[in-house]
Design a protein around this ligand. Sequence first.
Ligand code: GLP
Length: 242
Amino acid sequence: MKIVVRPDAAAIAELVARLIADQLRARPRTTLGLATGRTMERIYIRLAALHRLERLDFSQVASFNLDEYIGLPASDPRSYRKYMDRFLFDHVDILPERTHVPDGMAPDHAAEGLRYESAIHDAGGIDLQLLGIGETGHIGFNEPLSAFASRTRAVTLAPHTRTQNAAMFGNDDNAVPPRAMTMGIATILDARQILLVATGIRKARMLALTVEGPMTAMISGTALQSHPNCLVLADEPAASQL
Ligand code: GLP
């Protein structure tokens, strides 16, 4: 893992957006792996600005999101599909049919996992995977004790994750769906390049354990230590325990 530290979240968002833009300019047919969460909002806002101001082209890009809540239809404003529309897809020229988010309403979760895996495969695999990290150390929604060999599947969210994500649900932990579909750890590790982004003091402990601790299924992020091309981008507060 290589680590880049910048003073604050704005500088990190600027850098990550520039790295993604460089990739899209070098290879317009890129397949992106995309993440949600507050850390990503600034990055997508910067990418939308690069599209507007510098004509950054998304017309040949395909995307696969990491995860989606089970039980929320794509039209629900709290779904990750709507999050992606709001922060990125509605503002750039990506073709809607090339954007993929796991279907949280699929009746058969195992079949949906297989469908998603084969869609990634058919698209040629993920070139650049954007990742945040949860306060439980999760990547995607791979909570503690997820197998490093896991693939896209239905999972149960840790209570702490439901608290962490409650802001979108009227700050009511119990209103956060208890389950989600997520890419597995092995799915994530298949990406050719990974950008792991962490900002804010609340991520400091997990980032240090992820980067410097022993590889353990208790902290899914530690699986990234085995990836040959993973860049960690952190602001000073998030990097403060490294
Ligand atoms: C969420 C998402 C993750 C995200 C993480 C961090 O639960 N499923 O993909 O990286 O938690 O979120 P935030 O950036 O809001 O701290």
